[in-house]
Design a protein around this ligand. Structure first.
Ligand code: ADP
Ligand code: ZN
Ligand code: ZN
Length: 765
């Protein structure tokens, strides 16, 4: 800790020479922790991770202790006023947060905030100022009756009572409702057991978690496939070699049973009395996965998702902190779960871009998962059917061990993928080029066979742009350099997907007064409408951000699973790991869309989306078929995706990356600058670029590049002009020096300019 956050003020006029000091992360945007004196009366209660009351100037603040040491008292150091009860972060988490802050050059106070639960008013009572914590409203807890075994030894009881008692003893305690479920109404039996003093019935608060169910059907683990068994052997060996800090890359084709591998890994960690964290891209999109965890581990799983109230979140946090629950599942922020004796961190679908946080503290949960696991001597498992090139390179350089699951778990074939070359194949009966005759006929055949179709189109809204045919003018957002998307259902408005600006569709062109206004391109809303006209008898559902959030996603997926839907249309939300056994046709409307993004990762992203969406087909008994529509059938991302040839894609793409010096053969840092005034933004970016170049010049020769400043691909958002400076180097140390120089220079910029330093950036936009 001392290294990452040296005392502010060390080296100044010395005070007393050997006093107790606390480094405190405060809710202020200062890069470092602040140093306070620890008065004798607090010496026994203060500890790493505890919240303390301090002052900054005349303000009272609540901070978190991230370092404790003895040393010379900094000049003018103030004392810690009080150590607060309640929430305290575990030591290993505090250490981890310090490292994360240091790696991303992020203010420690903001990083610590990522790990704190909301806290009730009680604990924050002494504080007058707004604090680090939001306050939670009290909600009435739901009570559930639990049956607990006592120490009394039975004399003679009847069959049924003996069976009930055995189950209660096996669990220690369990909800009454679950016993009633299992024994078909055991109330009388339990009453007698209570009378004999063998069990107690008591009211407990139900876990405040919507995913919690009193009655849970436990599953029986399936017989593992050979590949799953081999995977489990490797993982178990890594877990058993405590302190090894291994990274394992599970590369398993879609449907190969990766989840079963994760479940077994967590079970092994549990046997060792160690806890686990599992990160998933988006919890709302993975209700099935959550269900499987619940079925295997019961309520010993904390599912952290955005639907929880602050109170529920706080409860979860407390139960994890106390070791009452030892598995946490959630999106990227579950990385900060206060698991006791952490032994395993799993990142499912590790290639998914959502693990990168793009605002506030810009961290990548995938990368930090490795750090978090290794720091406690635990194991990190990265799993995917389409691993990121970064992870593949870890395996190729011996920093990760690769485990391959080459086949689908239930002996299904991978679906057959065919290219539909839109340059040669014409439209079907709808006349719409994006619904080719080949795809149209395939949908018809699938409907006739009473099977299901998924159509993937990564564009929401009705039409991606609105153009005047008279003068060619495109309707664009007045606040952003972005075309407006036409949404029909929402009262026919044009909408900016970056700032939520909305305007009615004009009847005449504001520029040339023509009334020839055309809706260009195809979004999911329009595709849905086209399909309804073309297949009036089909039941059609749509899954994208405009129709679905949280619980709605679950409902739509449940309807698909129940076969109440024939055709599911959607954005990348349909590509995620859904296991829908009656889907036999997957159509990719426009495979080229992902390739046109101005980012060196565009081919990788396009490849991942294609393989993932193809993996939704043929997971049941009937074989699946995938049709990929494209104007660019020879692009290597498409060629390799069609053949399910992940290794071939890796070889080709890694060669390209190496030649061009892109990650994983180098590392990058972006300084992202924005301001209302375009010239001011550009000048600020130029200042940062100069600082980086100067730092490089003074460090001597070595691999290091500064590119820019250049306008961001989307040059203006919300009236702020955006520029960026890119640093690139194969030397981690070099890059860090450049970033530190930028960081220092940014402190001198006017307050009207915002700077975000993005270490290992993912998107180019
Ligand atoms: P992945 O996450 O690799 O795409 P899943 O874990 O969803 O794959 O598994 C695909 C399907 O195979 C699921 O329906 C799952 O229940 C089933 N499955 C997994 N392992 C086995 C096994 N050993 N025996 C039988 N079925 C299995
Ligand atoms: Zn016009
Ligand atoms: Zn806008």
């Amino acid at each position: 800790m001392q290294d990452a956050h040296p005392a502010a003020g060390t080296g100044e006029a010395p005070g007393e020479n050997d006093v107790a000091l606390a480094d405190v992360a405060a809710p202020v945007p200062l890069p470092r922790a602040l140093t306070y004196l620890v008065p004798d009366k607090l010496a026994s209660s203060i500890a790493l991770g505890r919240r303390v009351l301090c002052t900054i100037g005349s303000r009272r603040i609540v901070g978190v202790v991230v370092g404790l040491r003895r040393g010379a008292s900094p000049a003018k150091a103030k004392p810690v006023l009080e150590v607060l009860e309640g929430v305290d972060l575990p030591d290993d988490l505090v250490t981890f947060l310090g490292r994360l802050a240091s790696y991303y050059l992020a203010p420690i106070g903001e990083v610590v905030r990522l790990a704190l639960p909301p806290v009730d008013r009680e604990a924050a009572r002494a504080v007058e100022e707004p604090t680090l914590f939001s306050t939670a409203k009290g909600v009435a807890a739901r009570k559930v009756q639990w049956v607990t075994a006592t120490d009394v030894v039975e004399t003679s009881i009847k069959d049924n009572a003996a069976r009930v008692l055995a189950v209660v003893r096996a669990h220690g305690a369990l909800p009454l409702s679950r016993l009633q479920d299992q024994f078909g109404g055991a109330r009388g039996t339990i009453k007698r057991l209570v009378e004999q003093g063998l069990v107690r019935v008591e009211e407990r608060e139900a876990p405040r978690d919507p995913f919690f169910a009193d009655t849970l059907a436990r599953d029986v683990p399936p017989e593992a496939t050979d590949a799953q068994r081999a995977a489990a052997d490797t993982i178990n060996a890594a877990l058993d070699a405590r302190g090894s800090g291994a990274t394992l890359l599970v590369h398993g084709v879609t449907g190969s049973g990766k989840t079963e591998v994760y479940l077994r890994a967590i079970a092994r960690a549990k046997e060792q009395r160690r806890g686990s964290i599992m990160l998933v891209p988006e919890i709302a999109l993975t209700p099935q996965l959550v269900g499987r965890f619940r079925a295997r581990f019961g309520d010993d799983v904390a599912v952290l998702h955005s639907g929880l109230t602050q109170r529920e979140r706080f409860d979860m946090w407390t139960r994890l902190r106390g070791g009452e629950v030892d598995v946490a599942i959630g999106a990227r922020s579950a990385l900060f779960a206060p698991i006791k004796d952490l032994g395993l961190v799993i990142v499912d679908e590790e290639h998914d871009p959502s693990f990168k946080q793009e605002e506030g503290v810009r961290y990548n949960a995938r990368d930090m998962a490795i750090l978090r696991a290794h720091q406690v001597g635990g194991v990190c498992i990265l799993g995917s059917a389409t691993p990121s090139l970064e992870s593949e390179q870890l395996a190729r350089t011996g920093k990760a061990t690769k485990i391959v699951l080459p086949d689908r778990a239930r002996a299904q074939e991978l679906p057959k993928v065919e290219v539909v070359d839109l340059r040669r194949i014409g439209p079907g009966p709808t006349g719409d080029r994006r619904l080719s005759v080949v795809l149209h006929r395939a949908i018809e055949a699938t409907l006739a066979a009473k099977e299901q179709t998924i159509l993937f189109l990564n564009r929401r809204g009705f039409a991606p742009s609105v153009r005047c045919e008279g003068c060619g003018e495109l309707s664009s957002c007045p606040h952003c350099t972005v075309a407006l998307t036409f949404h029909k259902k929402r009262a026919g408005v044009m909408r900016c997907h970056w700032c939520e600006y909305e305007a009615p569709m004009p009847e005449r062109c504001p520029k040339c007064d023509s009334d020839q206004i055309a809706l260009e391109g195809l979004g999911t809303e329009r595709l849905e409408e086209t399909l309804r006209e073309a297949f009036p008898e089909a039941r059609i559902a749509r899954l994208d951000r405009d129709v679905a959030s949280g619980k709605q996603v679950e409902k739509i997926l449940a309807r698909v699973r129940e076969r109440e839907v024939d055709i599911l249309v959607g954005t990348q939300m349909v590509t995620k790991g859904h296991d829908l056994p009656h889907v036999t046709l997957v159509g990719v409307i426009n495979a080229d869309a992902a390739l046109s993004i101005p980012d060196f990762r565009a081919p990788e992203r396009a490849f991942q989306l294609l393989v993932q969406v193809a993996g939704r087909a043929g997971r049941g008994d009937s074989p699946g078929k995938v049709l990929v529509q494209t104007f660019d059938p020879d692009h290597h991302a498409i060629v390799h995706a069609v053949r399910h040839d992940v290794m071939g894609f890796f070889d080709r793409e890694l060669r390209d990356r190496k030649e061009l010096g892109y990650p994983p053969f180098s590392r990058m840092i972006f300084a992202r600058v924005d301001a209302m005034d375009e010239r001011e933004a550009l000048a600020a970016a130029a200042t940062l670029a100069r600082a980086a170049r100067a730092a490089h010049a003074s460090a001597g020769a070595g691999p290091f590049e500064v590119l820019g400043p250049s306008p961001a691909p989307i040059a203006k958002v919300r009236n702020r002009f955006r520029f960026r400076v890119m640093l690139r180097s194969s030397s981690r140390e070099r890059l860090r020096q450049g970033a530190l120089a930028i960081h220092a220079a940014a402190a001198g910029l006017p307050r009207t300019v915002r700077v975000a330093i993005d270490v290992d950036p993912v998107g180019a936009l």
